[in-house]
Design a protein around this ligand. Structure first.
Ligand SMILES: [Zn+2]
Length: 72
Protein backbone atom coordinates (compact mmCIF):
# COMPACT_ATOMS: atom_id res chain seq x y z
CA UNK A 1 0.00 0.00 0.00
CA UNK A 2 2.01 2.93 -1.19
CA UNK A 3 -0.94 5.08 -2.12
CA UNK A 4 -0.66 8.36 -0.29
CA UNK A 5 -3.84 9.90 0.95
CA UNK A 6 -4.09 13.62 1.30
CA UNK A 7 -6.86 15.49 2.99
CA UNK A 8 -8.15 18.63 1.38
CA UNK A 9 -9.93 21.25 3.40
CA UNK A 10 -12.10 24.16 2.45
CA UNK A 11 -10.12 27.32 3.03
CA UNK A 12 -12.61 29.88 1.89
CA UNK A 13 -15.25 30.84 -0.57
CA UNK A 14 -17.68 33.46 -1.62
CA UNK A 15 -20.93 31.57 -1.96
CA UNK A 16 -20.49 30.85 -5.63
CA UNK A 17 -17.12 29.17 -5.27
CA UNK A 18 -15.29 27.30 -2.54
CA UNK A 19 -11.53 27.01 -2.32
CA UNK A 20 -9.88 23.78 -1.28
CA UNK A 21 -6.27 23.22 -0.34
CA UNK A 22 -4.25 20.11 0.42
CA UNK A 23 -3.13 19.85 4.04
CA UNK A 24 0.09 18.00 3.26
CA UNK A 25 3.24 20.09 3.25
CA UNK A 26 5.09 19.94 -0.02
CA UNK A 27 2.06 18.97 -2.07
CA UNK A 28 0.25 22.23 -2.62
CA UNK A 29 -2.77 20.92 -4.50
CA UNK A 30 -5.42 23.59 -4.77
CA UNK A 31 -8.75 23.63 -6.47
CA UNK A 32 -11.91 25.61 -6.73
CA UNK A 33 -15.36 24.10 -6.58
CA UNK A 34 -17.75 26.17 -8.58
CA UNK A 35 -21.23 25.83 -7.10
CA UNK A 36 -22.84 27.60 -10.00
CA UNK A 37 -21.35 25.59 -12.82
CA UNK A 38 -21.05 22.47 -10.60
CA UNK A 39 -17.52 21.70 -11.54
CA UNK A 40 -14.04 21.53 -10.18
CA UNK A 41 -11.21 23.65 -11.41
CA UNK A 42 -7.80 22.45 -10.35
CA UNK A 43 -5.57 25.46 -9.97
CA UNK A 44 -2.55 23.53 -8.74
CA UNK A 45 -2.27 19.79 -9.38
CA UNK A 46 0.06 19.15 -6.45
CA UNK A 47 1.27 15.61 -6.15
CA UNK A 48 -0.51 13.61 -8.85
CA UNK A 49 0.23 10.20 -7.35
CA UNK A 50 -1.59 10.98 -4.12
CA UNK A 51 -5.23 10.26 -3.56
CA UNK A 52 -6.98 13.44 -2.59
CA UNK A 53 -10.19 13.54 -0.69
CA UNK A 54 -12.14 16.27 0.98
CA UNK A 55 -13.49 16.65 4.46
CA UNK A 56 -16.87 17.99 3.52
CA UNK A 57 -18.23 15.31 1.24
CA UNK A 58 -19.25 18.13 -1.01
CA UNK A 59 -16.98 17.16 -3.83
CA UNK A 60 -15.57 13.88 -4.98
CA UNK A 61 -11.88 14.57 -4.92
CA UNK A 62 -10.68 11.02 -5.13
CA UNK A 63 -10.16 9.17 -8.34
CA UNK A 64 -10.88 10.57 -11.73
CA UNK A 65 -11.04 14.25 -11.18
CA UNK A 66 -10.17 15.82 -14.47
CA UNK A 67 -7.94 18.85 -14.45
CA UNK A 68 -10.28 21.64 -15.36
CA UNK A 69 -9.58 24.72 -17.32
CA UNK A 70 -7.07 26.75 -15.44
CA UNK A 71 -8.51 29.74 -13.69
CA UNK A 72 -7.16 32.74 -15.49
ZN1 LIG B 1 -1.89 16.62 -1.61
Amino acid sequence: MDQERHLMVCTGGNGAQSYFECTVDGCGRELIFDHVAIRLVVTNPGKPSALHHGSTGLVALAGGVQPGEAAA
